[in-house]
Design a protein around this ligand. Structure first.
Ligand SMILES: [Ca+2]
Length: 465
């Protein structure tokens, strides 16, 4: 471990150690006062910095080379980590798609807006992200940025909940989850490729197509500030590589095993999908370099939840997508901004999706609206080397489980099984969550349980979803 400005940095390729600190309960952090990040290598920007937020879908903690994977080639993301900061204790707010996206857009626990579960295209077609929520896109748009989302929305199926009503100037992509990568047909057999609020088919493998849109947007807005949100489809099922054929046609039903696609070598397909994603992120970075925008752009990459462990890899975590074991929500995360974020740093600070909204605002010196209450904390001091993130507790909840973290300690609660005692893990010593220490440390377990109850009462009591 190397100590830099009060922060312990693990400069090894593995990372995974957690900092030892005295921690304070911070159930509802109000965003800190925002300051212009100190540029440490380059000259002052002439306009507000650009934002590029890239979200992979279902990519596991161990799926990238820079997180220890030796089977899948991810040279673009590995290079990004080498030239930026790699985070080893970053968490998606949810263990599934919609909840994490609600938290990402609002900077608040998703329970506050009632999106604790995936919005199903069968059951939840009338639901969506409430218009009363303030999104990061609306804040950047109001600050004069060009805003766009290219990819998966999954926060409402009707135009009432469209990205256009949540701060985005333009939208290309889809509103459901798990499209065919080639025919863009959803699991209910509906075409779901859109330009703004209208269905408008386009041809191409979705990872390539979304990147094409992103590059065009960057080129068109190279002379003004822009905020680009790229929630890629990759690497969610169906498992289809760039050279495969479409599996789905309009009117079909793909809710059974057919939802995974026709390939039987699913792990091989998954590898192709990750490598295609990596290649396309390389295209985005090359575009920034070609247009000389690199030094005025903050790029952040992460995933919306962990991988299904039968195709992807969450190692060394146990559990998978949907679970509140670490494998469900500890995800890769890379921050990149040449001249601002020092290259090659690995940080084990505990961070989560809700922190991105205040951090993006702080990194670009965009003012938050008066009175906005965010749960996330701004970690720009960590990125810029000016300090650390305030110590706090963080909370997770699905319909099945709850969890609370304080430093290395994690309490895992079975919500649906009242007679099953909560489990306590020390993630610093046991990232695989194999040794329940609740009986050995009953005081810590009790303190965390009380904090979890207090958090639930504050954000959304049980059963309010
Ligand atoms: Ca997902």
């Amino acid at each position: 471990m190397t100590r830099v400005r009060g922060v312990d940095f693990d400069l090894s390729s593995k990372g995974g150690k957690l900092p030892r600190r005295d921690l304070l309960l911070n159930v509802c952090a109000v965003a800190a006062a925002h300051v212009v990040p100190k540029r440490i290598f380059a000259s002052e920007p002439t306009r507000k910095p650009n934002i590029i937020l890239i979200l992979a879908d279902d990519l596991g903690y161990g799926d990238l080379g820079c997180y220890g994977n030796t089977d899948i080639t991810t040279s673009s993301l590995d290079a990004l980590a080498m030239r930026g900061m790699r985070l080893t204790d970053f968490h998606s707010n949810g263990a599934m798609c919609s909840p994490t996206r609600a938290a990402l857009l609002t900077g608040r626990y998703q329970q506050r807006c009632g999106i604790e579960s995936v919005l199903s295209s069968k059951r939840d077609r009338e639901r969506g992200l409430p218009l009363a929520e303030t999104t990061f896109a609306a804040v950047f748009r109001d600050a004069g940025y060009a805003t766009a989302i290219f990819g998966k929305w999954h926060l409402g199926y009707t135009s009432e909940f469209s990205p256009l009503r949540h701060g985005f100037d333009q939208f290309r992509g889809y509103v459901a989850g798990g499209l065919d990568y080639h025919s863009h047909i959803d699991r209910s057999g509906r075409p779901d490729w859109r330009r703004n609020d209208q269905l408008e088919p386009d041809e191409g493998y979705t990872t390539d197509l979304l990147t094409d849109y992103g590059i065009r947007f960057i080129e068109e807005n190279k002379d003004r500030s822009f905020c680009l949100y790229m929630p890629y489809q990759a690497v969610h099922f169906p498992f289809q590589g760039p050279r495969d054929k479409a599996d789905r046609v309009t009117g079909g039903d793909y809710w059974s095993d057919a939802k995974y696609g026709s390939r039987k070598d699913r792990k091989a397909a998954y590898k192709e999908m990750v490598e295609s994603l990596d290649h396309n992120i390389g295209r985005i970075v090359s575009t920034l370099r070609r247009l000389q925008l690199q030094e005025n752009t903050f790029l952040f990459f992460t995933s919306d939840n962990g991988a299904y462990s039968w195709v992807g890899r969450n190692s060394p975590c146990s559990g998978q997508k949907g679970s509140l074991l670490e494998g469900g929500h500890r995800v890769p995360a890379i921050a990149y901004w040449p001249g601002i974020i020092r290259p090659g740093v690995v940080s084990d600070q505990t961070l989560m999706t809700i922190d991105l909204f205040p951090t993006m605002a702080a990194m670009s010196a965009v003012e938050l609206p008066m009175g906005i209450m965010l749960d996330g904390v701004d970690f720009d001091p960590l990125l810029t080397g000016r300090g650390t993130v305030p110590d706090r507790m963080v909370f997770f909840r699905t319909s099945q489980e709850g969890a609370v973290r304080r430093g290395p300690w994690k309490l895992l609660i079975k919500r649906t099984k009242k007679n099953v005692p909560a489990q306590l893990f020390n993630l610093e010593e046991d990232i695989g969550e194999r040794h329940d220490l609740a009986k050995r440390h009953p005081g810590i377990a009790q303190e965390l349980a009380i904090s979890f109850d207090a958090w639930e009462e504050q954000v959304a009591p049980p059963g309010s979803d």
